[in-house]
Design a protein around this ligand. Structure first.
Ligand code: SF4
Length: 913
């Protein structure tokens, strides 16, 4: 085992990265070796056990906890580990498999062991149900009492260092906007949890010198900034070197200063004008923290802490940084440059340069952030604070004053918006005012495959053995079409991980996460997902990084600083040839005209950023259509979105979804009880269909009216920024090389309409990619003969899923111009150097035929002739309850063995029928 491991260490060292954490098999063999260690290997073996086994409920942690417990109880011996040291090591394992052992040791007759176990448990926060065991034991056991007293006194928190008065850092600045694709590039998505293949590929092409320069960093982090600032990693790894070059011209005397700086060893602060826009991937934050954060004792290959300064920090990235124990600060960074040494005064809200001059000011947000940093992150703070509160409550003590408690915003006496009511309901309140720190129940949680393995690892670290959220779903849409070996492993292992905890696991080939998750939603409830496009068209969702998603799934709630809302009110009627996708683009179009949104990155203005977009005025949209509007709020950097729909449209959708969910149970999807529990709740809602609505006097940060009568032609997002909104006529004539019709922005209506445009028009001019969102869409389109039309047009059809949208599967050719129906057109996402327009499927089909963007007259003529007369037939949606025999299609579970609703909820079978 050691030889193999040492080979692995060497291979990784050659790549400049630490070895992978030990797996269960390696840990088991390590434990065997430790019973009788080979001479000369003692320290190495101990270091492996101490620092290289993942904590929580990882299988390897299970093996380690069992081994150490055996030694503590005298059942196993090792010449290197005394029983007391075994208990100490158990205490470093965060929570999960070590907790029950430590509680048992509290009862040991050996007072030294019991005392060490008490000290260890006092600092462990992830105790879940074992809390009750300790409280009960404390009545008779002095060591358990010691633990309970320590929890009540919040010693786990008060013994940690507070945020210092001043923090001196060296600036590493990335000018302009850095999105999460830059920090964690999509083409390398599969390697996010570990990353060897990722780094190999990247180093070959874009950064051959990086390996040499960046010793000792995990491979995924190597991909950070590869496209926007290829030299960035070299710079961050060796700031003094970079600064030398800079100072050559501007500060020749700086050499001495640099040498001093190097010796002082200040932490590096990540500084950018706009930081972390785009997807919710936590790997982006992981990569940054790998470079600028600190080791976490006993936890392999993960960093915490660090300072991130941004003129604007995207909300999800900001939250992810908070969760990871970093200090994110929004402030003016225009006076900061790479290599500068600055001092942050967190309590004064000032940043000074070396001359002591104030170069920026800020107000730290949220007010609890000092506690978050002290606790090692927002997640440990929430879990620990809850533990202290629960303990004091059990002991009949007053609430602890050790923490800064979030203050409720002033009561305005006004009504609530729809979002404020939905979140209020999830908190047991009539409504929640903006600025309130709250913890709404997470009724539905989604996870996709490129972030799923990270979410799984976070769940293990949270010692999660069962989900508290009512429904947690895992999809495989980002990696199904062209899986790499690591994806195949994920496809095999992740479903069991989720379903063993009561989650719902989809299958590769089923289709896009949102097209499925939306079909599992309950009206007026709250949820989240580890994909930035988790934008529920029913209820509301707040997409998050994988750490927070794991937290929401495991604990069933999520911390939220309630954002303000912006109301988008539609009026008028859709004009001929104008599609819903054009209305999606009309929102930023109108905002730009009103000066509420700017396209330039410097001092960017975005009224939507970090706020909830609430939409009304289109109550009869089908839910599939409504998602087109909510989905795109990701591109506006909204924290969440709502759309006001009518009862009838939602009832129709739920009836269809019940049939789909019953069908997946019949097909043997797990966890069947969770799926049928959701069916039961949908039926409950249908039995009494009521929807919340915002109050007339509710307050909004801004109200934007979009008059559909005034939109007379398609609106597109031009290359390469989703905010670079233009009328089609401004782009007419631009040559289009490739067209992609796919992504979660599409539904079956789009494919029928595109087929209608293509029908009988010969082969397309360039490359046309077609990828429906789900296998059900594909099947229906095939049955309707649409695939024949696509074939005749020379289209390349792809397996349902994310396809080109994500850029980690098939990609367009380097440097081409693309017209796409997908969500975002960040640089290099769909193809290296590609220019990407975003717009409707109808316009995409026209572009494919013409090989260019049409004039308004050309486009309207085609729409008038080919699409408008057939609109009622084209824009129909999948009502599974109306498809004969659908519920039994692919049945492998006999009807009589289906979980019974009445057994799950105690509901009468007749409800909702
Ligand atoms: S289709 Fe695109 S935006 Fe939608 S979930 Fe997949 S990768 Fe994300």
């Amino acid at each position: 085992m050691l030889d193999n491991y040492e080979n692995h260490v060497k291979q990784r060292a050659d790549l400049g990265i630490p070895p992978l954490p030990l797996d269960a098999q390696q840990t088991s063999e390590l434990c065997e070796l430790l019973k009788n260690p080979p001479t000369g290997k003692e320290e190495k073996l101990m270091a492996l056990l101490r620092d290289r086994v993942p904590p929580g409920v990882d299988e390897a942690a299970y093996v380690k906890a069992g081994f150490l417990t055996g030694i503590a109880k005298g059942e196993i011996t090792s010449p290197l580990i005394t029983p007391t040291y075994a208990v100490e090591l158990l205490g470093t394992m965060v929570g999960g498999y070590n907790v029950q052992s430590l509680i048992d040791i509290l009862k040991s007759e050996n007072p030294e062991l019991a005392n060490i176990a008490a000290q260890a448990l006092s600092k462990i926060l992830l105790v879940y149900d074992a809390f009750n065991d300790v409280i009960e034991l404390a009545e008779t056991n002095p060591y358990a009492k010691q633990v309970v007293d320590s929890w009540a006194a919040a010693e786990w928190f008060t013994t940690r260092p507070q945020l210092p008065e001043t923090i001196t850092v060296t600036v590493f600045k990335v000018p302009g906007e850095t999105n999460t694709d830059d920090l964690s590039p999509a083409p390398h998505a599969t390697t996010r949890p570990d990353i060897p293949l990722h780094a190999l590929a990247m180093l070959e092409s874009t950064m051959p010198e990086g390996l040499q320069t960046i010793a000792d960093i995990p491979l995924h982090a190597l991909a950070m900034l590869e496209s926007t600032m290829p030299e960035g990693l070299q710079t961050i790894a060796d700031i003094p070197l970079h600064a030398l070059a800079m100072l050559e011209s501007t500060m020749p005397e700086g050499l001495q200063t640099i040498a001093e700086l190097k010796q002082k060893g200040y932490p590096v602060a990540y500084v950018g004008d706009v930081v972390g826009t785009g997807s919710s991937r936590k790997s982006a934050c992981n990569s940054v923290l790998w470079h600028i954060g600190e080791d976490i004792p006993h936890i392999p290959n993960k960093h915490s802490g660090g300072y991130i300064l941004g003129g604007k920090i995207a909300p999800i990235f900001f939250n992810t940084a908070e969760d990871s124990g970093a200090l994110p600060i929004e402030c003016d960074v225009t006076k900061m440059e790479t290599g500068m040494v600055i001092t942050i005064h967190p309590y004064k809200g000032e940043i000074t340069n070396e001359a002591g001059e104030t170069i920026s000011t800020f107000t730290l947000k949220p007010e609890t952030i000092f506690d978050e940093v002290q606790a090692g992150g927002r997640i440990p703070l929430l879990i620990g604070r809850t533990l202290t509160d629960k303990t004091r409550n059990a002991l009949g003590l007053e609430t602890s004053t050790a923490f800064t408690r979030p203050q409720l915003p002033a009561e305005t006496g006004k009504g609530f918006t729809l979002a404020q009511k939905m979140v209020g309901k999830a908190c047991g309140l009539p409504g929640v005012r903006p600025g309130t720190a709250c913890e709404p129940l997470m009724t539905t949680v989604g996870s996709q495959d490129t972030t799923g393995p990270m979410t799984r690892d976070e769940m293990k670290e949270l010692a999660c053995l069962g989900f508290s959220s009512d429904l947690v779903m895992q999809s495989f849409c980002h990696t199904a079409a062209y899986p790499k070996p690591v994806d195949i492993k994920t496809h095999k292992e992740l479903p069991d991980f989720f379903s063993a905890r009561g989650g719902v696991a989809l299958r590769p080939g089923d289709g896009i996460i949102h097209s499925w998750l939306n079909r599992m939603l309950l009206p007026d409830t709250v949820g989240t997902g580890g994909d930035s496009h988790t934008r529920f068209p029913l209820g509301i969702s707040f997409p998050a990084g994988s750490g927070l998603v794991a937290f929401a799934a495991a604990l069933g709630l999520m911390p939220l600083d309630m954002p303000e809302s912006v109301l988008v009110r539609f009026k008028g009627k859709l004009q001929p040839g104008v599609t819903l996708r054009d209305i999606v683009n009309a929102i930023p179009y109108v905002a730009i005209q009103k000066g509420l949104l700017t396209v330039a990155l410097e001092n960017k203005k975005n009224v939507f950023s970090g706020r909830i977009m609430e939409m009304e005025g289109l109550p009869d949209l089908k839910v599939e259509q409504a998602f087109e509007l909510t989905d795109a709020t990701a591109e506006r950097s909204c924290a969440g979105s709502t759309i006001k729909l009518g009862t009838e449209t939602i009832s129709e959708y739920l009836r269809s979804n019940i049939a789909l969910l019953k069908n997946i149970v019949a097909r043997g999807y797990s966890d069947a009880r969770t799926i049928m529990r959701r069916v039961a709740k949908m039926e409950q809602w249908l039995a009494n269909p009521e929807l919340m609505s915002g109050d007339a006097d509710a307050e909004y940060a801004e109200i934007i009216e979009v008059d559909l009568n005034e939109i007379k032609e398609p609106i597109v997002a031009a290359p390469n920024d989703p905010d670079n909104i233009k009328l089609m006529s401004e782009c007419a004539g631009d040559k289009i090389d490739e067209v992609f019709i796919g992504s979660c922005m599409t539904n079956i209506g789009h494919y029928r309409a595109a087929a209608k445009v293509l029908e009988g028009a010969g082969r397309v001019k360039g490359v046309l990619w077609i990828c429906p969102p789900t296998r059900m869409d594909e099947k229906q389109l095939r049955e309707e003969g649409m695939y024949g039309v696509f074939a005749a047009a020379g289209a390349r059809t792809e397996m349902p899923g994310c396809s080109l949208c994500m850029g980690n599967q098939a990609r367009v050719k380097d440097g081409v111009t693309v017209f796409s129906t997908s969500t975002r057109n960040f640089n290099n996402r769909m193809g290296k150097g590609a220019r990407v327009y975003l717009g409707s499927a109808e316009l995409a089909a026209v572009c494919a035929l013409l090989g260019r963007i049409p004039s308004v007259d050309e486009y309207l003529e085609i729409m008038k002739e080919k699409v408008d007369p057939f609109a009622a037939d084209l824009y129909r949606y999948l009502n599974f309850d109306q498809i004969a025999g659908f519920e039994d299609e692919g049945r492998v579970i006999p009807l009589e063995e289906m979980p019974k609703i009445e057994e799950i909820l105690g509901m009468p079978v007749s409800v909702g029928k």
